[in-house]
Design a protein around this ligand. Structure first.
Ligand SMILES: *Cc1c(COP(=O)(O)O)cnc(C)c1O
Length: 415
């Protein structure tokens, strides 16, 4: 990966690509939505399929010459079906947001009602935030997590659903550390005759490996991103029962997209194949064990975790109690200076702003891909705490940064 061909044409972009590869190699990628794909996935994504127009679906394309595109997309679909067990899978969405857009477009009319989790409580922009198309086209009401437990308040969800009478209830979250009870949400949707969209963007890999309960077979629609815990390269996916298959396929193309990104679909096919290997289940278990260890370590140092811990790949620390003068944004900056890359994040009951929130969110999917075990993760927790606790100390940031570089050398990324 020296990007020699790019360098011949475009040294400026080659510099940026090499810089990014080195950045990933020499820092800890702990943004909870990120992961590191294999070189096989990278190769598939960088393939000649980027040249191919394949509007339509396998066996029914609008263009000639789609035999290999058909092979690749059919393999991606087969493997996704095996991984998640849905009756129907569409692997063409360009991203998780496009996958959600397809579901809304398939079953809602403009002005219809979406009930989703508040963004500052762990929801996602595409669930109806005012800045997103969904917030502008549909009528959105939000539910919340319980202020004390940090967990979805299923009773409140039921009550809000009764009152608001939504057309669709959206579950699945961006900053929620706990296992989701899909049946409870389904019951709330059923009680008001609403659809249920379970967006497993973050936890696709955990669900595929069977280490988090699956909404497939419970919710009407399941969407996801393919680049987060499932590690199959950038993109999205929609799953549903056979009865919605045509509606979803038409909503993805031609409803919301043109030609599929066949090179990314090749990445998905390869990544899904990797995820079908027994090692992937071990990986997914290790991701959760590592997140627990990280959470325990931060708690032991006195940081307050939203919901008190985690069942997933991520922990969300609320800094207000332990470090009232440190915002999540300032913590993010100090940690980045020490080569630990995560994000400041809103917390339930947020009292600062979304641009400079009160929490930090950290995920373990990327480090676990690099081979970090629980002992290493405990050290990472210690290092994170050292920086959080002395965020304006250049000495601490320097020392931690040096140790992170050593850890990165111990756990290399791309050989
Ligand atoms: C990450 C995420 C998405 C999709 O994001 P894209 O960047 O569009 O792939 C959708 N929903 C949730 C809950 C997410 O966390």
């Amino acid at each position: 990966m020296d990007y020699g061909k790019v360098r011949e044409v475009d040294p400026a972009v080659a510099d940026a690509l090499v810089g990014e590869r080195n950045r990933q190699e020499q820092t800890l990628a702990m943004i909870a939505s990120e992961n590191h794909v294999s070189e096989a996935v990278l190769e598939a994504q960088g393939s000649v399929l980027t040249n191919k127009y394949a509007e339509g679906y396998p066996g029914e394309r609008y263009y000639a010459g789609c035999e290999y595109a058909d092979d690749v997309e059919s393999l991606a679909i087969e493997r996704a079906t095996e991984l998640w067990g849905a009756e129907h899978v569409n692997v063409q969405p360009h991203s998780g947001t496009q996958a959600n857009q397809a579901v809304y477009y398939a079953v809602l009319e403009p002005g219809d009602k979406i009930l989703s989790l508040d963004l500052t409580h762990g929801g996602h922009l595409s669930h109806g935030h005012p800045a997103n198309f969904a917030g502008q086209i549909y009528d959105v009401e939000q539910y919340e997590v319980d202020a004390d437990t940090g967990r979805i308040d299923y009773e409140d969800l039921h009550a809000t659903a009764e009152e608001f009478d939504p057309d669709i209830v959206v579950s699945g979250y961006s900053a929620y550390p706990r296992a989701v009870d899909w049946e409870e949400i389904q019951a709330a949707a059923d009680a008001v005759d609403a659809y249920h969209l379970a967006d497993i963007a973050h936890i696709t890999g955990l669900v595929a490996a069977g280490v988090h309960p699956s909404p497939v077979g419970v919710a009407d629609f399941v969407t996801g991103s393919t680049h987060k815990t499932i590690r199959a390269g950038r993109g999205g996916i929609v799953m549903c029962d056979a009865e919605y298959a045509d509606d979803i396929d038409n909503a993805v193309f031609p409803g919301g997209q043109g030609g599929p990104l066949m090179h990314n679909i090749a990445g998905k096919a390869v990544g899904f194949k990797e995820a079908l290997e027994p090692e992937f289940e071990e990986y997914a278990r290790a991701v959760i064990d590592n997140a627990r260890t990280l959470g325990d370590t931060l708690s032991a140092h006195g940081l307050s975790l939203v919901s008190g811990g985690t069942d997933t790949h991520l922990v969300l620390a609320d800094l207000r109690e332990s470090h009232p003068d440190l915002s999540g944004g300032d913590a993010e900056d100090a940690l980045a200076a020490a080569n630990i890359v995560l994000n400041g994040n809103t917390v339930p009951g947020e009292t600062r702003s979304p641009f400079d929130p009160s929490g930090i969110r950290a995920g373990t999917a990327g480090l676990t891909t690099r081979g970090f075990d629980e002992a290493a993760m405990e050290e990472v927790g210690d290092l994170i705490y050292r920086v959080v606790d002395a965020a304006d100390s250049d000495d601490v940031i320097y020392e931690v940064g040096e140790r992170v570089v050593e850890l990165c050398e111990e756990y290399p990324l791309y050989a």
